[in-house]
Design a protein around this ligand. Structure first.
Ligand code: PLP
Length: 405
C-alpha cells in the first residue's frame, strides 16, 4: 500500500491540459515525427535586448541576494506607474504607489495568491466560461467553489450583466475577469466593464447592509498590450474606479515582455490585500528570482515600438489564419480582440461521440497537428489554436486541420 495520502484540497484538481499537449507535441517532434504545434501559450519572439543585458549585467555584479519579499522598490515603482497610466480615473484621485504592488512568480502565482488570501472553505468564486483553465483548479485548491457561468457565442463570449446578477449570492467571495481572454481572445470595452461593475456595486451595497462580505474582483490583464485593430484595451478599474478597494489587478511580463520562463507577474491592490499577499509570499516563496526582477525593470522601460513591432506581426498572422479558417465550411471562428489565440468551433468535424478533447487527440495522430481542446476551458465544441508561431507552421497546421475536417 502506498504510504502517501493526498491532501483533500488536491482531490479533483486536474493537471494543466495545455502544458500536457505542448509536451506531447514536442515529444513527438523529438522522435522525428513532423507535428505542427499550434498549442503555444507564449510568444515566439525573444525578450527585449535590454532585459537580457540586465540579467547578464546583474550576474556580473553579484546581485544574488534575497530581495524584499514583495519585490525590489524600483520594479514596484515602475509597475505602479504603468498601472496609473492604464487607470487614469483611479490615479487622478488616489494613485497607486510601490507599496500597493506585490511582484510574484508570474501572473499565475498572482492569481493563486489573491484567491488564497480571500477564499475560505466553501466560498463561491464566479468564473465566466470559457475560462483560462487554471482558474477553477486554483479555486479548488483553495477549497472554494468555482461557479462557472457559461457565456454565449452570440455575445462574443462576454459575460452579460444579467448573467452576473443571477450568479451572485451571499457566498460569492470573488469574481474573475480576463480581458483580453485566453482562450477566446475577446475583450471587454469600457462600457461593458462599467455595466458589470454596476452589478457588483449594487450587490456589494446589499451584502454589506446585510452584514455580509463584499466580493473581490480579480482582473487578469496579462494580455493588455497584445490587442488588435478595432479594440481598445480597458483595465477593469478604469471603467469602475470607485471599486478600487475591492479589485486586484493582475498583470505581468510573460506575454507582453516575452518572458514566460523568467516568471514575472504582479498584483496591484489596496493595502489590506497587499499586506496579506506579501505575508503569504514571505512564508512561501520569499519573493521571486532577483535576476528576473532586474530584467523586469529594464523590460518595463523598453520603448513602446518594441512591442508594437511584435503586435503587428501577430495581427498579420491573425488575419491570414482567420481567412484560411473561414474558407472551410466545417469551422466557425471569431476574430479575437487580443491575445494570440483563435477559438474555433470544430463540432461539425467531430466523429460520433467525439468532443474537442478526443478530436484534439485524433488530430495529433491523424493530421499531425497539435491544438488545445476547449473541454478544459469549459467549451467542449471548440479548440484553441495559437498563432504565436511562424507563418509557415501556422498555415500548414490549418491546412492539415482543413484536410482532415
Ligand atoms: N492569465 C492568463 C489568462 C494566461 O493565459 C496566463 C498564461 O498562460 C496567465 C494568466 C499566467 O501567466 P504567467 O506565465 O505569467 O504565470
Amino acid at each position: 500500500m502506498n504510504p502517501f495520502k493526498l491532501a483533500s484540497r488536491m482531490h479533483g484538481v486536474s493537471e494543466s491540459a495545455t502544458l500536457k499537449l505542448n509536451a506531447l507535441a514536442n515529444q513527438l517532434r523529438s522522435q522525428g515525427i513532423d507535428v505542427v504545434n499550434l498549442t503555444a501559450g507564449e510568444p515566439d519572439f525573444a525578450p527585449a535586448e535590454e532585459a537580457k543585458e540586465a540579467i547578464i549585467e546583474n550576474v556580473k555584479r553579484n546581485r544574488s541576494k534575497y530581495t524584499p519579499t514583495a519585490g525590489i522598490a524600483e520594479l514596484r515603482e515602475l509597475i505602479a506607474r504603468k498601472t496609473n497610466i492604464q487607470q487614469p480615473a483611479v490615479s487622478a484621485s488616489k494613485p497607486w504607489t510601490a507599496k500597493d504592488v506585490v511582484v510574484s512568480n508570474g501572473g499565475k502565482q498572482a492569481i493563486f495568491d489573491a484567491l488564497m488570501v480571500s477564499i475560505d472553505s466553501g466560498d463561491e468564486v464566479i468564473i465566466p466560461a470559457p475560462f483560462w483553465l487554471s482558474y477553477p483548479e486554483m479555486v479548488k485548491i483553495c477549497q472554494g467553489k468555482p461557479v462557472i457561468i457559461p457565456t454565449k457565442e452570440s455575445n462574443g463570449f462576454r459575460l452579460q450583466p444579467d448573467e452576473l446578477k443571477r450568479a451572485l449570492t451571499s457566498k460569492t467571495k470573488a469574481i474573475l475577469f480576463n480581458s483580453p481572454s485566453n482562450p477566446t481572445g475577446m475583450g471587454y470595452s469600457r462600457e461593458q466593464f462599467a455595466a458589470l461593475g454596476a452589478i457588483v456595486r449594487e450587490h456589494t451595497a446589499n451584502a454589506l447592509r446585510a452584514g455580509g462580505a463584499a466580493p473581490i474582483i480579480i482582473s487578469d490583464e496579462i494580455y493588455d498590450l497584445i490587442t488588435y485593430e478595432g479594440f481598445k484595451f480597458c483595465s477593469f478599474l478604469e471603467a469602475c474606479p470607485d471599486l478600487r478597494d475591492q479589485v486586484v489587478t493582475v498583470n505581468g511580463l510573460s506575454k507582453s515582455g516575452a518572458m514566460t520562463g523568467w516568471r514575472v507577474g504582479w498584483t496591484v491592490a489596496q493595502p489590506a490585500i497587499t499586506e496579506a499577499l506579501a505575508t503569504l509570499q514571505g512564508q512561501s516563496t520569499s519573493g521571486i528570482n532577483a535576476l528576473a526582477q532586474y530584467a523586469a525593470v529594464a523590460a518595463l522601460q523598453v520603448d513602446g515600438a518594441w512591442i508594437e513591432g511584435h503586435r503587428r506581426t501577430l495581427a498579420r498572422r491573425r488575419d491570414s489564419a482567420l481567412a484560411q479558417l473561414r474558407a472551410c465550411s466545417k469551422f466557425r471562428v471569431l476574430a479575437p480582440d487580443g491575445a494570440f489565440y483563435l477559438f474555433v468551433n470544430v463540432s461539425a468535424a467531430f466523429r460520433a461521440g467525439e468532443d474537442s478533447a478526443a478530436y484534439a487527440e485524433r488530430m495529433i495522430e491523424q493530421a499531425k497537428v497539435a491544438v488545445v481542446p476547449g473541454t478544459p476551458f469549459g467549451a467542449p465544441e471548440w479548440v484553441r489554436l495559437s498563432f504565436a508561431t511562424d507563418d509557415q507552421s501556422l498555415s500548414q497546421g490549418i491546412e492539415r486541420l482543413i484536410a482532415n475536417a
